[in-house]
Design a protein around this ligand. Structure first.
Ligand SMILES: Cc1cc2nc3c(=O)[nH]c(=O)nc-3n(C[C@H](O)[C@H](O)[C@H](O)COP(=O)(O)O)c2cc1C
Length: 188
């Protein structure tokens, strides 16, 4: 596939917190994207009700179908999420559970990259590998390396501005986006 094909990525955020560090990373991504790549935010996973098969039988909720459609249209998905208790936040898992039940399951064959962080030093590594396990069942095309794990992230961001202030982190995230774009152009 062409090296110059325009790509559109969407960002799935795993935090609901107003002052979220991961929301700041997510907002910074469009400004760090390589040429030919646009990046937009998906709706909030907080808009999804708790998964319930009885609710599903009444019809998929509108926020679920809207997010699924945006994912289907996108060239790739970037999941930016904190780690909760060594795994992914329940609200993100709930959203993935809803999306996984749709006909034309939107993650099937979809390129997906993962970015985690933490105010601590382990940087969400454990959540990242739980998420990879979930992506196997969703049959997503998970991007492997370079991995983005941002340790001590609270000192590397301007949350109000939605910016990454630490230069090394900016460079690393930009390198990841460039490599993900190459991966999508080759395999997506
Ligand atoms: C329920 C809960 C569990 C957490 N578990 C972890 C954890 O396992 N590993 C970790 O590094 N941080 C953990 N944290 C701290 C989060 O990394 C921290 O709250 C971070 O700011 C969340 O991301 P956000 O700022 O984008 O909301 C946990 C926080 C909460 C609220």
């Amino acid at each position: 596939m062409s090296d110059t094909k325009n790509l559109s990525f969407v960002v799935l955020l795993g935090s609901l917190r107003k002052g979220s560090f991961h929301a700041a990373v997510a907002k910074a991504l469009p400004g760090l994207a390589p040429a030919g790549v646009t990046i937009e935010q998906l709706g909030s996973v907080g808009d999804f009700p708790h998964y319930d098969a009885d609710l599903q039988a009444e019809g998929f909720p509108a926020p679920v179908t809207a997010m699924a459609e945006a994912i289907r249209k996108a060239s790739g998905v970037i999941i930016v999420t904190p780690e909760y208790n060594y795994s992914i936040p329940g609200s993100l898992k709930n959203a993935l559970d809803w999306l996984s039940r749709l006909p034309e399951q939107p993650f099937a064959g979809k390129p997906v990259s993962i970015m985690t962080g933490s105010p601590g030093p382990i940087a969400g590594a454990r959540a990242q590998y739980h998420l990879r396990q979930i992506l196997v069942f969703l049959d997503a095309l998970a991007f492997n390396k370079p991995e983005v794990m941002i340790g001590q992230m609270n000192g590397k961001l301007d949350v109000a501005a939605g910016a990454i202030t630490d230069e090394a982190t900016r460079k690393f995230v930009a390198t990841h986006l460039e490599a993900f774009a190459r991966f999508v152009r080759k395999y997506g």
